[in-house]
Design a protein around this ligand. Structure first.
Ligand code: ACO
Length: 440
């Protein structure tokens, strides 16, 4: 199914140097409309200038909708709270990929297909041995996911819808396997193969924590929490990593290379790396007695310190993902053993104090999804360096759905932004013997 052509519902006028041009204004299902600027350059000789894309819709999409002011996040129209409560990650993956919730037969078939693709080519394991043991797992993921394109030659033809789809399924299925391998390699333990009788989340936990000597007993509460975190992170509209994938894919690059590019973009602390920063901050605070000092620093205009895991660029009311994860976080922390953990107690006390503080209330600085996911991962014993890898596993389905949508969109063309050139004006080449004199 292809998307309908853009239809103008209104017109805006732009006057420049005595000439007035009409710019079509188009609206989607919901959210702000767009000024269609495709004809702007030919009509006026002007480009638009919007660093950071703060006023730019880079594409049209049917997948995810966010209303940051109202705290709304919808996948294919369904609110994230309902999906987190009533669905599971495989169903949500199906929804994002195909556009509708599966019937029970479709769901079973989908899970079986994913299970058929969880193994990676045995030779992929030799890639791992080339990395240092202390390599960051995100560095390993960028490398090995990109390297998948050298193994699966039968799913590289992006003009073939069947090949595009098989590549999507392979990526969703193999990401947890590769993530588990990255972790096991870093601690010197043997790789654990995926098990088809386990759910997606159970499989991930098993590949992380099982060893040949001791079978891992999966805690159902933990598997449910991982599943929920995967649902909450599965897609988030045209964020930095998704836009990276669309741009890389617009040149015709293969899907494995595109996802590797997305993983690289996600790695940055301003994007997927924030939950790592939350744990760094908690370590720095060290003790509940020091919380007032750090709250004071966060409020001090002359101190660059900010409370990590608080505030959000898009959500100016509560991040709907954070409210769901808050409940899960409390469930996990209520488990025996966890309540004795000093760092987790510190996190809960910090949340309590900040949410009662006038500064945070007035500026609408609520805990964001990274605050709670970091604490949950920590409680499960998942190392901090793996936090962003888990984000990448979840986001793979969103990335690949967006990539597939882009390739199938008849409006798709290579992404090629222009620029405002502020360098030297035209000048003639200076021969070597004259350069010193010229510069003096
Ligand atoms: N701690 C203390 N003060 C804060 C914080 C914070 N975490 N976040 C924002 N503020 C203050 C700012 O100092 C500013 O104050 P002012 O109005 O007096 O100048 C005001 O709140 C607005 O802040 P901005 O930076 O303009 O808000 P913006 O929307 O641009 O920033 C951001 C959002 C980057 C997430 C910010 O809240 C922040 O740095 N948070 C901490 C890092 C973090 O948790 N990032 C994860 C985001 S979630 C995600 O990526 C999945």
């Amino acid at each position: 199914m292809t998307m309908a052509a853009l239809k103008a519902q209104n017109v805006a006028q732009l006057s420049y140097q005595g000439k007035t041009i009409d710019l079509p204004v188009c609206f989607g299902t919901d959210g702000p409309g767009v000024l269609d600027l495709q004809g702007l350059y030919s009509a006026t000789g002007l480009f638009t200038f919007d660093p950071g894309y703060t006023s730019t819709a880079s594409c049209r999409s049917e997948i995810t909708y966010i209303d940051g002011a109202k705290g709304i996040l919808l996948y294919r129209g369904y609110p994230i709270q309902q999906l987190a409560e009533k669905s599971d990650f495989m169903e949500v993956a199906y929804l994002l990929l195909y556009g509708d919730l599966p019937t029970s037969v479709q769901k079973d078939e989908f899970i079986q297909t994913i299970n058929n693709h969880t193994l990676v080519h045995e030779q992929v394991s030799s890639f791992f041995r080339g990395f240092r043991r202390d390599a960051h797992p995100m560095a390993i993921m960028v490398g090995v996911v990109g390297a998948l394109s050298s193994f699966y030659h039968d799913s590289l033809d992006i003009q073939d819808p069947a090949q595009r789809h098989i590549a999507a399924l392979r990526l969703i299925a193999k990401m947890p396997t590769l993530a588990g391998m990255a972790y096991k390699y870093s601690i010197g333990q043997p790789f654990v193969y995926p098990q088809s009788h386990l759910s997606y989340s159970e499989n991930f936990l098993n590949m992380m924590f099982s060893t040949p000597t001791t079978p891992y007993v999966i805690n159902p509460l933990w598997a449910k929490a991982i599943d929920r975190i995967l649902i909450l992170h599965a897609d988030h509209e045209q964020n930095a990593s998704t836009s990276t994938i669309r741009l890389a894919g617009s040149s015709g690059a293969n899907p494995f290379a595109c996802i590797a590019a997305g993983i690289a973009a996600l790695w940055g602390p301003a994007h997927g790396g924030a939950n790592e920063a939350v744990l760094g901050m908690l370590e720095e605070i060290g003790h509940v007695d020091r919380i007032p000092e750090f709250i004071g620093r966060a409020k001090d205009k002359n101190d660059p310190f900010r409370l990590m895991g608080f505030g959000h660029r898009v959500y100016k009311s509560y991040d709907p993902r954070a409210s769901v994860l808050r409940e899960t976080c409390y469930e996990i922390l209520g488990e025996a053993g966890v309540k004795d953990n000093q760092m987790l107690q510190l996190a809960m006390e910090l949340e309590r104090i900040a949410m009662a503080d006038e500064y945070f209330i007035e500026k609408k600085l609520y805990p964001n999804v990274d605050f709670y996911s970091g604490i949950i991962f920590k409680a499960m014993g998942i190392p901090v360096t793996m936090f962003t890898v888990l984000f990448a596993i979840a986001r793979t389905v969103g990335w690949i759905s967006q990539w597939k949508e882009m390739i199938a969109d008849p409006m798709q063309k290579i992404g090629r932004p222009r620029q405002l050139y502020v360098g030297k004006a035209y000048r003639d080449f200076i021969p070597m013997e004259k350069r010193l004199e010229e510069s003096q």
